[in-house]
Design a protein around this ligand. Sequence first.
Ligand code: HEC
Length: 102
Amino acid sequence: MKKYLLSLCVAVTCLSNGALRADVAAGQTAYAARGCIGCHGVGGVSAVEANPTLKGRDAAFIRQNLTDYRSGARKHPVMNAMAAGLSDADIDNIADYIDSLK
Ligand code: HEC
């Protein structure tokens, strides 16, 4: 039984590591496909002062702010429109991608 539990834990750890990598890859794809890259730059480094650089921010910050733009709790016409089309999974994936750039 102990042995069984141990291999179950190993399997779960492997699965969740795999999921994390998939989130980063999906986030990178979404970041480009959804047009974020046009304003926030390649690798999250913005070339335009008006658009904040996202590289260096952690996943919790990105998740919170995208959720707030989507709900309207944080107001900015462009970002409210950009976030409106994001699913919870998009937000999680993009947050993990930005976090991975640190
Ligand atoms: C047309 C340009 C433009 C596009 C496209 C765009 N953004 Fe933004 N983004 C901005 C601007 C400008 C701000 C600053 C808004 C403010 O002052 O609240 C911002 C703010 C943010 C912030 C908060 C950063 C901070 O330091 O507070 C996040 C996170 C963010 N954008 C993520 C995204 C993601 C993810 C996408 C793609 C779905 C995206 N943005 C698309 C222009 C853009």
